[in-house]
Write a protein that binds this ligand. Structure first.
Ligand SMILES: Nc1ncnc2c1ncn2[C@@H]1O[C@H](COP(=O)(O)OP(=O)(O)O)[C@@H](O)[C@H]1O
Ligand SMILES: [Mg+2]
Length: 378
């Protein structure tokens, strides 16, 4: 189990001084447009990813009147190896681009440690990129799971990036021969094979899990077909693909084929999903895929994910909202969910609402709302 017990935010967009205690289950944030709801989820993303999901420019996150922002949380973690612990995590970002991440009082250099401790799954307006965007988004979607279930993956991926960078800079030199590039090809071949085997294994589990939850989201009626593309010609080994592409790679100065080009091809009724699905159908597909991710994560790690769901009702009808909330309840996940309408956000959760915390967000201030006995169904 991992969950955020407290959340303090200073000077992030319009949130100047927020300090709240969260429920380890459902946390509802409601308020008018522009009140600061998405910014709260951004604060959690800073803690879990080391960056925002909305903007890569730190400058835009820091409150206009301030020079730096901070987000602080106590992360409650319990697992079989470590027992239970409360880990203080702080992230600080300055307008000039510098920043620091501290975990249990120590400064850490890589946000990967945060991602391991706090496995975040996000459903927001950016999620449509999974269907409409470039292969990068679909690769990241698959790799999120691979990263969590195959501990060696992060290191392999870093090594691949390094080997590619070196191979590409060699390709840009004059008069380069096949034998000059051979040592890098050896390294790329080795890494590509392992990365591909991890990805294809995880992809297969994801598909079978997706087929089960897809039915409840009525996604099965869309005849979704997903195919993993490993990043190089399906009839060739990676060695042969690199060998065949040598001239093209030299001409363009980069490596055309390899795991860095992997993708998931998503089709509906044999046509690219992006061309045929409505926004609502895309959203249902995204929900089913994200729930499948969370299931597999739980199965393989015995941990739970933390969900950030921005604007729950956007593009989802009542039935789909109920399906999503039902799955989230079953997953036992901590959920932070936002929306404009308090009732609409509150009613779909099951009868026992004792684990639901409600917060009203108003002009950058966040206030915990006491629930009435009637609302708790008592
Ligand atoms: N750097 C900033 N400094 C101060 N206010 C900001 C900054 N960036 C955005 N805002 C304002 O913060 C508010 C919060 O936005 P947001 O979290 O997206 O609201 P919501 O999700 O509730 O609609 C908006 O009114 C926006 O104009
Ligand atoms: Mg918003």
């Amino acid at each position: 189990m991992s969950f955020l017990k407290t959340l303090s935010i200073q000077h992030l967009r319009n949130l100047n001084e927020v300090s709240i205690e969260l429920s380890h289950k459902i946390n509802i944030f409601y308020g008018d447009n522009g009140s600061g709801k998405t910014s709260i989820l951004e604060a959690v993303a800073l803690v879990g990813l080391g960056r925002s999901f909305r903007s890569h420019k730190t400058r835009s996150l820091v409150n206009h009147q301030q020079t730096q922002l901070t987000v602080f949380t106590h992360l409650d973690v319990s697992d079989i190896d470590v027992g239970s612990a409360s880990i203080p995590v702080g992230v600080q970002k300055s307008r000039n681009g510098t920043g620091a991440i501290r975990v249990s009082g120590e400064t850490i250099r890589s946000a990967a440690i945060l991602a391991k401790q706090l496995p975040l799954l996000i459903i927001n307006a950016g999620s449509f990129q999974l269907i409409e965007g470039s292969p990068v988004q679909r690769r990241q979607f698959l790799d999120w799971l691979v990263f969590h279930v195959k501990p060696e993956f992060a290191e392999l991926w870093r090594a691949l990036q390094k080997a590619l960078k070196q191979r590409n800079s060699l390709l840009r030199r004059d008069k380069i021969t096949r034998s000059d590039i051979k040592p890098w090809d050896h390294e790329l071949v080795r890494l590509s094979q392992v990365i591909d085997s991890f990805r294809s294994e995880v992809f297969l589990s994801l598909i079978s899990c997706f087929e089960r939850c897809g039915q409840e989201f009525a996604v099965d009626q869309l005849n979704i077909d997903m195919e993993y593309y490993r990043g190089w010609d399906k009839d060739l080994s990676i060695e042969a693909a690199l060998e065949n592409d040598f001239e093209r790679d030299c001409r363009d100065g980069y490596t055309h084929q390899g795991p860095q080009r992997a993708d998931i091809k998503i089709k509906s009724k044999s046509k690219p999903a992006v061309d045929v699905l409505s926004r609502g159908q895309e959203k249902s597909l995204i929900c089913a895929l994200t729930i499948a991710q969370a299931h597999l994560y739980q199965q393989s790690t015995s941990g739970n994910c933390v969900f950030l769901i921005d604007d729950l009702a956007a593009e989802l009808d009542k039935q789909h909202i109920e399906t999503l909330t039902k799955w989230l309840t079953e997953l036992n996940a901590q959920v932070l969910v936002t929306g404009v309408n308090k009732e609409e956000l509150f009613s779909p959760w099951n009868k026992d609402k004792t684990d639901v915390a409600v917060f009203h967000v108003k002009h950058g201030e966040v206030e915990s709302v006491e629930l009435l006995a009637a609302e708790l169904g008592q």
